[in-house]
Design a protein around this ligand. Structure first.
Ligand SMILES: Nc1ncnc2c1ncn2[C@@H]1O[C@H](COP(=O)(O)OP(=O)(O)OP(=O)(O)O)[C@@H](O)[C@H]1O
Ligand SMILES: [Mg+2]
Length: 504
């Protein structure tokens, strides 16, 4: 039985001049997990926003179980049994988990707070996504926030669940269990629409896969009849190489040096314990480790303005720990933070302004007392071309860009800054396969130009294919360093769980 059918859906955005949906027709079966793949800006989120009543198509219709449906708002969609969890979460920080799940439906016959809590606890356990109903949302890790978002929809009795890049925020260890809960939902009669750039996951989880490109449907495939290379080719329209080509590094002087860096949390917990390592010009130093083992703390001290308890952090021989970010940038640091939505971009500003955030005061951007508008405009235009930032224009707003294209703005800005030290935290999160290939090539190119690169990634594949040296963190300690042919999945994994080579 067909759950949803898109029938000749088209949607044009005049402000960006993008045909985001271009005569889209395909259907989604009841009880299946249906993945939607496509490049950044292909129109995946737009189509889902149409299905959820957030956007109105210019033409075409949506059919729900064979009947044409007029979905004018998210509340229409929910009343028709369709729920959506967005690419960027929308929870109320000051509320508890249970309050968030029931927000807006509290009056549906609950006697008191404790019956609400009990209801949420049972709902979460039945769905295989247990949560603590009383936990305040601001204190929860993203994996839990995601459960709350999904439970919020299940509490409204939705039968069709749209998940826009749900796994982008999860660590590799959380993905497997998450995909199992999706299967459970499908087995209990839910239809799941699942957007992802990670083709391995798509092949693991989906029954059928629809590929989009530039607003059009390229095709729908049964999982058993397709493969990762075929999906990648359909998405990008050319062959994608999953291997990065690189020559051995020719490292030069030490650019970044950490000596016995010790850090504690506000509550006194040891976050980093006498960590020492260095990154030289012309090499990529990867830091691997399950998140929460100290690498976040280190980055906040190296690239942001967190203070350390003891030790030192040297950039080109100068102490930089405790210094302001602007001072570090002036010394040649560029930084792509993990959370680009809130710390990397100014959503209220246009592309041009975003293209110079953090570099406003540099001599390159200024002419006398004023910003060098001509140069900045030319540079911004080149970024859009080089990085193929779809939907962007120099004076257009960044908030209208697709998720992946927003990330490209930050990458383009930081990589264009001619830094001596480049720090990249999860550089390809949310990017499509073609863009990942491109960013990897750019990082290797910067390395070959002599830039010292510090790479953090939860994707082991990314660490393996890019790094010249790897440091592995476990419980605040740099457990070991690997180099050259010693860099492999097995030795990294051993160090990640705290086993040293000698200890085996
Ligand atoms: N509100 C909007 N106003 C103008 N243009 C928009 C708006 N929303 C999306 N677009 C444009 O429509 C195109 C499709 O965007 P959409 O967000 O659907 O892509 P996507 O496939 O979800 O990409 P990603 O994988 O990067 O999230 C993009 O070029 C984007 O810039
Ligand atoms: Mg999207």
């Amino acid at each position: 039985m067909e759950a949803i059918r898109f029938d000749h859906i088209s949607k044009y955005y005049p402000s960006t001049g993008v045909q985001a949906s271009d005569d889209i027709s395909f259907s989604i079966e009841e009880g299946e997990i249906h993945a939607i793949c496509g490049e950044n800006g292909a129109g995946k989120s737009t189509l889902m926003n149409i299905l959820f009543g957030l956007e109105k198509p210019d033409s075409g219709s949506v059919f729900i179980r064979g009947a044409e449906a007029a979905i004018r708002s998210p509340s229409d969609a929910i009343s028709m049994g369709i729920g959506m969890v967005h690419q960027h979460f929308m929870l109320v920080d000051s509320f508890t988990a249970a309050e968030n799940v029931l927000l807006g439906i509290e009056d549906k016959g609950f006697l008191n707070k404790s019956s609400e809590r009990e209801y949420v606890r049972k709902l979460s356990e039945d769905a295989g996504m247990p949560i603590d109903p009383d936990a305040p949302v601001y204190a929860l890790p993203v994996g839990q926030l995601q459960r709350i978002e999904i439970l919020k929809m299940l509490a409204r009795n939705v039968k069709i669940l749209i998940l826009d890049e749900p796994t982008a925020v999860l660590t590799p260890y959380e993905v497997g269990p998450f995909l199992e809960t999706l299967r459970k939902l499908a087995d209990s009669g839910h239809t799941v629409i699942f957007i992802s750039h990670k083709l391995q996951e798509v092949m693991d989880a989906a029954d059928r896969i629809t590929v989009m490109r530039q607003g059009k449907v390229v095709g729908t495939k049964e999982k058993k009849d397709t493969s990762i290379p075929e999906l990648a080719d359909m998405m990008v329209g050319r062959k994608v190489l999953f291997e990065v080509e690189k020559k051995p590094s020719v490292p030069g002087d030490t650019i970044l040096e950490l000596k016995d860096v010790t850090m504690r949390s506000h509550r006194g917990r040891l976050l980093a314990d006498k960590v020492s390592f260095s990154v030289r010009a012309g090499e990529i130093y990867g830091i691997a480790g399950v998140s929460g083992n100290g690498q976040e703390a280190l980055i906040s001290a190296i690239a942001e303005d967190a203070s350390i308890e003891s030790g030192s952090i040297l950039l080109n021989g100068k102490e930089i720990s405790g210094h302001k970010i602007a001072e570090k940038r002036a010394l040649g640091m560029a930084y792509v933070p993990e959370d680009r939505m809130t710390t990397g971009l100014n959503m209220a500003a246009d592309f041009l302004d975003n293209s110079i955030i953090g570099f406003q005061d540099s001599s390159e951007m200024n002419k006398g007392l004023f910003l060098n508008r001509e140069h900045i405009t030319e540079r911004a235009g080149k970024m859009i071309d080089d990085y193929q930032i779809r939907g962007a224009s120099v004076d257009g707003s960044v908030s209208a860009l697709s998720g992946g294209n927003m990330q490209k703005v930050v990458l383009a800005r930081e990589l264009s800054a001619s830094p001596c030290l480049l720090i990249v935290d999860q550089p390809t999160r949310g990017l499509d396969v073609g863009s990942i290939e491109f960013v990897h090539r750019m990082l290797i190119r910067e390395r070959d130009k002599g830039v010292a690169i510090l790479l953090l990634s939860v994707e082991l594949d990314e660490i393996l294919s890019l790094s010249d040296r790897v440091g592995v963190m476990c419980r605040g300690v740099l457990q070991g360093e690997l180099e050259g042919s010693d860099i492999n999945e097995h030795s990294i994994a051993m160090l990640m769980v705290g086993e040293t080579e000698e200890g085996r």
